[in-house]
Design a protein around this ligand. Structure first.
Ligand code: TRP
Ligand code: SF4
Length: 405
């Protein structure tokens, strides 16, 4: 991975509270979040302001889903011992940074974000010609930059938002990273690296700035990365001095692209609330059994004795997620020779989903019996998130000419 300086080990991601979580969220997002906890310092939040950008007419669902969403995160393995779990609207610094970033964000940058037009087309029943909807990718930028997150796990549809975030951060650093006496401070910092390294730094800086030598820039970054003796702010200065921009106050994040999950719904399309084809994490065993039993199959198998083709059957996409190759071979054979019935075939999925959800639902039940415990996890998360967010907003206020409190 291309680690650039100023990049920290922090991951940030959010999810909108707009209803019950389902298996698509689990396989597509949560498993990845849980995995990331092993290698990163993770911040995961309930994006309730984001939900309002599309659900402003009917906000009840947001309040109802926020705590339940956190419970489902916890029950699947998001661990408050490793990760900071919080609710966006309880860290108002996100909103302050959003306002401040809005001052420097050209309107065209927001109008050009693909999701702006796409979503307006897709959600035609909603009036999304609002100020909040246009600005929501910038709110997302504020979510990310307020924690100076290095990495943002997102699906493909959100990559453009991280790209916008990078551009906004660059513009911000360009305007406000030029502190008084920047050059002088940079010169002093260079000396702190020792003679040999100082010479190398000046050398590569010259090569980059005079000849556009990209390799020299990489050498310079690697050199700064390896310095133990200089402070973080000197490092930020020297990075800015190296590439000709200002000091890096808001580091540019990178997307961690989640390989798009092929989690199919009970109609074979991608599982999504808007298609009405979901199995909720809280679905009762009976209910999920019924949903799977009534799934459509290969239309050619009208009778039990008609041979079928698994490639034409939505149930088959679920076998790709849950069933071993060995059993799949057996089922595929049985389907094509009509030696098994669809109910037998579906039983494997029913068993697998029940098995998967059993421990999760047991933990959900425990958390539901201890709501005050859940609320403390959330409160503690909000508090630690605020600590970090306040440091950043202080710095931003200062460079934007606002007296600090
Ligand atoms: N916009 C994201 C979504 O709709 C949720 C989100 C909000 C987010 N802020 C974020 C994701 C910051 C990653 C980082 O799914
Ligand atoms: Fe689908 Fe299985 Fe029935 Fe074949 S046997 S049509 S794969 S449900």
């Amino acid at each position: 991975m291309n680690i650039t300086i100023g990049q920290n080990n922090r991951v940030l991601s959010g999810m909108r509270p707009t209803g019950l979580l389902h298996l698509g969220h689990y396989h597509g997002v949560l498993k990845n979040w849980i995995e990331l906890q092993h290698s990163y310092e993770c911040f995961y939040f309930v994006a309730d302001w984001h939900a309002l950008t599309t659900h402003y007419e009917n906000p009840a669902i947001i309040g109802e889903s926020s705590r339940d969403m956190v419970i489902d995160w916890l029950a699947t393995g998001v661990n408050p011992g490793n990760s900071t779990i919080f609710i966006q609207s309880r860290v108002p610094e996100h909103a302050e940074l959003h306002t401040l970033l809005s001052m420097i964000t050209p309107l065209g940058w927001l109008e050009r974000v693909p999701s702006y037009k796409d979503q307006q087309e897709k959600l035609k029943d909603k009036d999304l010609a609002t100020y909040g909807f246009l600005g929501y990718p910038l709110l997302q930028s504020a979510d990310i930059l307020i924690y100076k997150a290095g990495y943002v796990p997102v699906g493909e549809d959100q990559v453009a938002h991280v790209e916008l975030t990078r551009e906004v951060a660059r513009r911000f650093n360009h305007f406000y990273g030029k502190e008084a006496g920047f050059e002088k401070k940079a010169e002093t910092a260079i000396k702190k690296m020792g003679k040999k390294n100082a010479k190398l730094y000046k050398d590569v800086r010259k090569r980059y700035q005079e000849q556009g030598d990209g390799e020299a820039l990489s050498i310079g970054k690697a050199l700064l990365d390896s310095q133990q003796n200089i402070s973080l702010s000197d490092r930020e200065r020297l990075l800015g001095f190296l590439d000709g921009g200002g000091r890096i106050i808001l580091p540019e994040p990178q997307s961690l692209l989640t390989v798009s999950s092929k989690m199919p719904g009970i109609d074979g399309q991608k599982m999504s609330k808007s298609y009405g084809n979901t199995i909720a994490l809280r679905e009762s065993p009976d209910e999920l059994t019924k949903k799977i039993k009534t799934m459509p199959t290969d239309p050619a198998r009208v009778r039990r004795t008609d041979p079928g083709n698994p490639e034409k059957c939505p149930v088959w996409s679920l076998h790709q997620v849950y069933t071993s190759d060995e059993i799949k071979d057996m089922l595929s054979d049985g389907c094509q020779t009509a030696s098994i019935g669809c109910i037998d075939c579906k039983q494997y999925i029913i068993d697998a989903v029940r098995e998967e959800l059993k421990p999760i639902q047991a933990r959900i039940k425990d958390y539901l019996n201890d709501l005050s415990g859940v609320d403390s996890i959330i409160s503690e998360g909000c508090e630690s998130a605020r600590d970090v967010a306040q440091d950043t907003i202080e710095e931003v206020r200062k460079v934007m000419g606002l007296t600090s409190r």
